[in-house]
Design a protein around this ligand. Structure first.
Ligand SMILES: [Zn+2]
Ligand SMILES: [Zn+2]
Length: 395
């Protein structure tokens, strides 16, 4: 204690308010506020009392905590939330002075303001302080008495079915104007009028009062491929949402009514941020129904039997080589069956490992995929239609 008083005595040449004096010894003893601690030290040293406004260090800041809390509570009312965290911006000059008087037992003024404002906000608003994943971070700008909010995004998991061909999974900006709008895209800024993303997000943005969104899919199907069966998992990320407690059954109903005949969703639930990464890395096997066409007397059944359970080598297809590295991938054809066939067309059901290029498995892609159905059957086979009919569980 004597050592502490000695250090405090040294600080008596600075004009400090109780909070600023007490804060330099915050780590010595707990269970009281910095202001109470400062008051005690000051009494022991018989120093005169200084108000925050007279304080050389904080220049009145510690007297404004209640005001900052009121501003924060008011601003927070604009956004629905359960949890929050307080941060603050403080004048560089004050931070410089703080370094000048700091002892080994000091706490920073930032920390004190964050904590004290947080205490009042929690008390008055009934919301919970949360340090890891707060719904909202409140930033008190102490220089201008301004409150900035960083509203964390909201994540909604679900599964979607795409019932029609010709719709991309995500928004696809015009390749000429990159979204600004030009003659090429009919001033829409987009290559396609609609996407699975937009059909799903439209109602969600509206109900949650969100500013923007990102769509994360567990893989994607080509534009001309339908996504049927149990649907593809996705997570919709809603940015700056005004609301966080929308009934997801209601949302599901609204989306399905809006996107009707094109896209449907189900299994909606709130998700954690970390699930986006998990979803992106998931390796789901997929089952497809493929309508193929051919001419000639190839050995279709023999080829199908040979591919069932086989491993194939696929060099990056020409059609995606502009966005994927050119390399050879090995994938397993887990199952393959002929559902029905006539002289020029057949329907196949194929289950393949995640990441298999299914069209190329059929056509062979000029020898880049081998073995392929065309190669083994000894005839040219083309894909007429393709549907994903089931997204399997990860192994
Ligand atoms: Zn002060
Ligand atoms: Zn354009």
């Amino acid at each position: 204690m004597e050592e502490i008083l000695e250090e405090a005595q040294k600080l008596s040449t600075y004009c400090l308010c109780d909070a600023c004096l007490g804060r330099q010894f915050a780590q010595v003893e707990h269970g009281m506020t910095n202001s109470e601690r400062g008051e005690r030290i000051r009494a022991l040293l018989h120093l005169p009392e200084k108000s925050p406004d007279e304080c050389w260090l904080c220049e009145g800041l510690t007297g404004e905590i209640e005001k900052f809390a009121k501003l924060a509570i008011e601003k927070l009312k604009e956004y629905e939330h359960d949890t929050f965290l307080v941060g603050c911006r403080i004048d560089e000059e004050i931070l410089r002075k703080e370094r000048e008087v700091a002892t080994p037992h000091s706490e920073s003024i930032k920390r004190e303001i964050n904590r004290e404002v947080g205490k009042i906000v929690a008390q008055e608003s009934g919301k919970t302080p949360e340090f890891v994943h707060p719904d909202i971070v409140v930033i008190v700008n102490t220089m201008y008495d301004l409150i900035e909010l960083e509203v964390n995004p909201l994540f909604i998991y679900g599964r979607y079915r795409k019932l029609v061909r010709g719709i991309p999974q995500t928004k696809w900006y015009c390749r000429k104007c990159r979204g600004r709008g030009c003659d090429y895209c009919g001033h829409t800024g987009k290559m396609y009028e609609e996407s699975v993303e937009e059909l799903i997000a439209h109602k969600a943005l509206e109900l949650f009062g969100a500013e923007d969104e990102s769509f994360h899919g567990a893989g994607r199907e080509d534009i001309d491929v339908r996504m049927l069966g149990n649907g593809r998992p996705f997570i919709l990320e809603l940015k700056n949402p005004r609301k966080r407690h929308i009934n997801l059954e209601k949302l599901q109903g609204e989306i399905n009514k809006y996107a009707q005949t094109k896209v449907t969703v189900d299994d909606l639930r709130y998700a954690r941020r970390e699930e986006v990464e998990e979803l992106k890395n998931a390796r789901h096997p997929k089952t497809y129904r493929i309508t193929i066409a051919y001419e000639g007397n190839g050995k279709l059944n023999e080829a199908v039997n040979a591919l069932r359970g086989a491993e194939i080598a696929q060099r990056t297809p020409t059609r995606v080589s502009h966005r994927r590295a050119d390399k050879v991938r090995y994938r397993k054809v887990m199952d393959m069956r002929v559902e029905n066939a006539d002289a020029c067309e057949a329907t196949l059901v194929v289950k393949a490992e995640a990441g298999t290029y299914i069209k190329e498995l059929v056509t062979g892609d000029d020898g880049r995929t081998t073995p392929s159905l065309s190669e083994l059957a000894g005839m040219t086979i083309t894909v007429k239609e393709l549907d994903v009919i089931e997204i399997g569980d990860e192994k």
